[in-house]
Design a protein around this ligand. Structure first.
Ligand code: SAM
Ligand code: SF4
Length: 312
């Protein structure tokens, strides 16, 4: 399916919960979010039906996200249901990694093909500060478990923040010398709890490690490598390098609303729909994709939700 700008939409990001076991300062309020009544969040069956109809319209890659997808009851059932859909080429999951030591093998068996693990610092004290409640060792154990479970091409997502992790850029890049990981530096966006004062442009990565050489472009990621390195370094620059022309995705929130763009407040309700009615609603959402976001001009995302509700 194509949108009004002739962009082919092949990627669905499906949020399975608003809840999270961490409280990253740029994403969640300190007190977390209220658990919503059961009936307000899509059931396992509803989520799989949304994925089924999106796939029937041309989606080839589905990513489960959240909140933290691994705190969702029924996450393995959701994975199995989506993985079984004919036409799904990739089933990915974005996680903070805290539960991966326990769940990496079951996720692999449930059909997940690739993992993105969010990790903004390699220092235990900073990790505890940024996540308010987390322990770095749990995430490192999770990454190790993912490797042991046979996950290849795992990506580590690092949100760049001035005064927080700019002095760790070289340490993260070093990981790609030794391991076949893709470390992706993401610019902080002025959405949810993310504030402009903490913004650090992705160009800081190229300044910190001048030996990085361009490798290729993959979707919205510009990729680099250190000469002879086993992995890759990716830059995702929603603020400095507008990549909206390459946008191939739609998002669905855990309460079943399709977001044509992460940064727009437009939402199309999908709950209660199935079959052809659901397909038509998804097509309506694709047709409503704006050409681009306006965060640079306005300094703020127009999305009326926090990131834990949309899934990044
Ligand atoms: N809990 C999972 C995790 O942390 O990977 C999945 C959901 S989280 C909302 C998805 C991604 O969005 C994470 O990599 C997180 O760092 C990123 N994120 C959250 N708020 C952000 C912001 N204001 N700007 C840029 N990235 C953000
Ligand atoms: Fe939770 Fe992910 Fe948001 Fe951190 S970024 S609070 S792990 S949803």
């Amino acid at each position: 399916m194509k949108d009004a700008c002739a962009r082919e939409i092949t990627y669905l990001r499906l949020s399975v919960t608003d809840l999270c076991d961490l409280r990253c300062r740029y994403c969640m309020p300190a007190e977390g979010v209220d658990k919503r009544p059961h009936g307000e969040i899509c059931s396992v069956e509803e989520l799989v039906e949304i994925a089924r109809q999106a796939v029937s319209l041309g989606v080839r890659k589905v990513r489960l996200t959240g909140g933290e997808p691994l705190v969702r009851r029924g996450i393995l059932e959701i994975c199995r249901g989506v993985a079984a859909l004919e036409g799904v080429e990739e089933l990915c999951l974005t996680t903070n990694g805290t539960a991966l030591a326990r769940l990496a093998v079951p996720l692999r068996e449930a059909g997940v093909t690739r993992l993105n693990v969010s990790l903004d610092t390699l220092r235990p004290d900073r990790f505890a500060h940024m996540t308010r409640v987390g322990r770095l060792e749990d995430v490192l154990a999770g990454l190790e478990a993912a490797r042991g479970a046979g996950f290849a091409g795992t990506k580590v997502n690092v949100v760049l923040m001035k005064g927080f992790n700019e002095d760790e850029i070289a340490d993260f890049v070093d990981l790609t010398r030794r391991y076949p990981l893709e470390v992706r530096f993401i610019e902080l966006m002025p959405i949810g709890e993310g504030i402009r004062e903490d913004f650090l442009p992705a160009s800081a990565v190229l300044e910190a490690v001048p030996e990085l050489e361009p490798a290729d472009v993959s979707g919205v990621t510009r990729r680099y490598r250190v000469p002879g390195g086993a992995g890759r370094v990716g830059l995702i620059e929603p603020m400095s390098h507008r990549f909206c022309a390459a946008c191939d995705r739609i998002r669905v929130t855990a309460d079943g609303r399709l977001k044509p763009c992460l940064h727009s407040d437009r939402e199309i309700p999908l709950r209660g729909l199935a079959g052809e009615a659901l397909r038509q609603a998804i097509l309506e959402g694709v047709a409503a994709k704006p050409p681009r976001h306006y965060m640079v001009e306005t300094g703020r995302s127009d999305a009326a939700r926090n990131m834990n509700q949309i899934g990044g």
